[in-house]
Design a protein around this ligand. Sequence first.
Ligand SMILES: Nc1ncnc2c1ncn2[C@@H]1O[C@H](COP(=O)(O)OP(=O)(O)OP(=O)(O)O)[C@@H](O)[C@H]1O
Ligand SMILES: [Mg+2]
Length: 248
Amino acid sequence: MPTPITIAVAGKGGSGKSTLAALLIHRLTQRGESPILGVDADPDGALSWYMNLEPDCTVGELKESLKGSNLPQGKAQMAQMGILQCLAEGEEFDILTMGRGQGTGCYCAVNDLTRRLLGNLAEEYRSVVVDNEAGLEHLSRGLPFKVNLLAVLCRPERMEVMSAKRIIALSEELGLDIANKALVVNQSADDAVVEISTICGLDRYVTIPRLPILEKGRISDRPPDWGKILMQVDESLDRLIDWAIAKS
Ligand SMILES: Nc1ncnc2c1ncn2[C@@H]1O[C@H](COP(=O)(O)OP(=O)(O)OP(=O)(O)O)[C@@H](O)[C@H]1O
Ligand SMILES: [Mg+2]
C-alpha cells in the first residue's frame, strides 16, 4: 500500500480537536479513503469514545510493561502483539490510543521499537488521522509519521488564537515532517477569520460553525450522531482533505 494520507489535528484543550478528528475520519470514509487509522495522541482526549471504539490498552501502558535497558527477541514479539491490543478495530477505521507519557526508567529501547512498529502499522492504512495534544509530544517523539497536513484549531478567542500561533511555531521548532498547514477556526462566523489567519501567519483556513446539535449533546453518554453533522461541514472537511492529498 502507498504511504497513507496523514492529517494531524492540534489546538488548545477544548478547541474541538477530537470533534474535528472524528469528522475527518468519517468524511475520509465517505470519500473511499479507508482503511483509516485514527490515533488518539492526546492523553486528555477522547477520540476512541467519539468513534465508539475502546481499545484494551494504550501504547503508554505497553511501553511501561516492556521498559528496560535491553529488549530480547521475546519482548520484541510481545511488543508487536501488544500494539495490536492497543488497536480497537472497526469496519472502515481502527483507533489506536497512545495514552499517558512515560514515568521513570529506561525507555530508549522500547521507544525505538514501538516507533518502528507504529510506522509499519500505519503503512497498512490508506489514511491516518492523529488527534494531538497542544505540545505535539507524540508527534515529535513517539510517532514516525510524515504529516501531509497539520490542521491547527482555535475558536475565535484571543487565548486560543495565540495558542494556535504557538503550536504552528512549535511544529517548526521541532522540525516535524509536515508538508502543509491549515488553520481551522471552530465555532466561528466568517468575519473574524481573516484577522485570525493573519495573526497565525497561515493563508489556508476553513471555518466550522457553532453546531447546536453538538451543544445539545454535551452531557450525553453517547457520541454525537456524526452523520447529521457531516452534512453541515463537508465543504470545510473536503478542503482540508484536498490540501492533504495535494501534498501526499
Ligand atoms: N463546532 C462546534 N459547535 C458546537 N460545539 C462544538 C463544536 N466543536 C466542538 N464542540 C464541542 O466542544 C467540546 C470540546 O470539543 P472536543 O472534545 O472536540 O475538544 P478537544 O479540543 O478535543 O478537547 P480536549 O482538549 O479536552 O481533548 C465538546 O463538547 C464538543 O461537542
Ligand atoms: Mg480531545
